[in-house]
Each structure stands twice: as C-alpha cells, then as structure tokens.
Design a protein around this ligand. Structure first.
Ligand code: FES
Length: 230
C-alpha cells in the first residue's frame, strides 16, 4: 500500500527538481540576454535601426488604427513590434529611432493661450517636419504633450534628450519660450551645447514675477505661537 505512494512521491520530487533546474536555466539565459543587450554593439545610439519590410507593413497597419492627431499613441505597440523583431528584447537603436531630441510642446489651455501653437509652428517650420515626424538626420522630432505642470511659466516645451544614449538620458523643461527662442534652443542642441533650462525670460527668476515682486516685499511675520510655559 505504501509502495505506490512512495513511487508517486519520488515521481513528484523528480518533477519538482526538473522544474527547479529549468527555472535556473531560464534565469541564467535571461541574464545572459540582458548582459548581451547592455554590452553588445547594439547598445549604441549611433547605429541606425529600422523595421524589417514585413514589420514596416505591420507598423503601417498599427498606425492606421490611430486618428491623425494621436499617432504618437501607437508608440507602445510599435515598441512591442520592435521587441518581437529582436526575439523578445528591445535594442537601444530601436528606441533611438524616435530621434535624438524629442521636443514636446505643451498644448494645454494656459500654454495655448500664451502662444503654444506659434511655438509648435516655429519648430515644425524650422525643422521641416510634420508633428511626430523625425528629421532626415535623425536628430529631432516634435510632439505635443498635455500640461507638464509649468503653467506659471507658459508657454513651455520639454526636451527628451537621448543624445547620450540611454544611460545619459535627460528630460529638460524650457519655459517662457518664444518662437525665436525655441529655434535658438534647437540649434544649441544640434551643436551639442546645453541650453540653460527653466525660464528663458531673463527678467524672471524661476517662476517669480517679471521685474521682481510688487507685493509681499517684507519678511513675513512668524505665526503666533502659544507659550506653553505660561
Ligand atoms: S498648461 Fe502648459 S505647463 Fe500647464
């Protein structure tokens, strides 16, 4: 009576051991794949990358599901497609295919009232692209974002900067911009310079009023405190 139970137990033990061995192999090959990704020559933002011909067709089909003014929402399925193309991992070159500097113009009400449409127009005209297109040299793309929390310094743009690869990635805000200033910022980025972030209005300090404070000029009185010893 105990023999079948013992056989069953030893069979189960064998299965568990096999599963354990398999999981160790899987985790080893997973970390090898990760190391391969990090150390491989593919981890180089200079390497051009594109979809295979079959996937170009699939990408077109994916894009067709999105309305013309929200094509950027296809980014996740497109990255998923790129990942499938590489057998389950996403090379940095594929991520870089969106452009080294992705310029995001805030299009929400305060920035719009303060001229964000003119800002976007200046960028698109200067770079010779439509929204969400990448310039021929792969340096810039322009997109739109909703409020990025800088309404007090509207209008503003954010620049996702991939020019130093994934390790050196930065995300910078340029505030109080004008059509002329955004073109200057683009040209500074093209030359590899670092435009000063924050307000671009020399008469403002951070988000303080232009020309300095007109109210609250003296040191504030501290709040009255109860004397606990009294
Ligand atoms: S509306 Fe543009 S930052 Fe808030």
């Amino acid at each position: 009576m105990f023999a079948p139970a013992a056989r069953l137990a030893s069979k189960r033990l064998l299965e568990i051991r096999q599963l354990f061995r398999q999981s160790q192999q899987t985790s080893r090959s997973f970390s090898t794949a990760l190391n391969y990704h990090i150390d491989s020559p593919d981890n180089n933002p200079e390497i051009p990358w594109e979809f295979s011909d079959v996937n170009k067709e699939k990408a077109k089909e994916i894009m067709s599901h999105y309305p013309s003014n929200y094509k950027q929402s296809a980014v996740i399925p497109l990255l998923d497609l790129a990942q499938q193309q590489h057998g389950g991992w996403l090379p940095v070159s594929a991520m870089n295919a969106v452009g080294k500097h992705h310029l995001l113009v805030c299009g929400t009400s305060p920035c719009m009232i303060r001229g964000s449409r003119e800002i976007e127009e200046a960028l698109l005209n200067h770079l010779g692209v439509k929204r969400n297109e990448v310039t021929k040299d792969g340096m810039f793309s322009v997109g739109e974002m909703e409020c990025m929390g800088c309404c007090v310094n509207a209008p503003m743009i954010a620049v996702a900067d991939y020019s130093n690869g994934s390790e050196g990635y930065t995300y910078n805000y340029y505030e109080d911009v004008t059509p002329k200033r955004v073109v200057e910022i683009v040209e500074m980025l093209r030359r590899g310079e670092k435009p000063p972030v924050g307000t671009q209005n020399p008469r403002r300090i951070r988000s303080g009023p232009e020309g300095g404070n007109t109210t609250l000029l003296s040191e504030p009185n501290p709040p009255p405190c109860r004397d606990l010893d009294a």
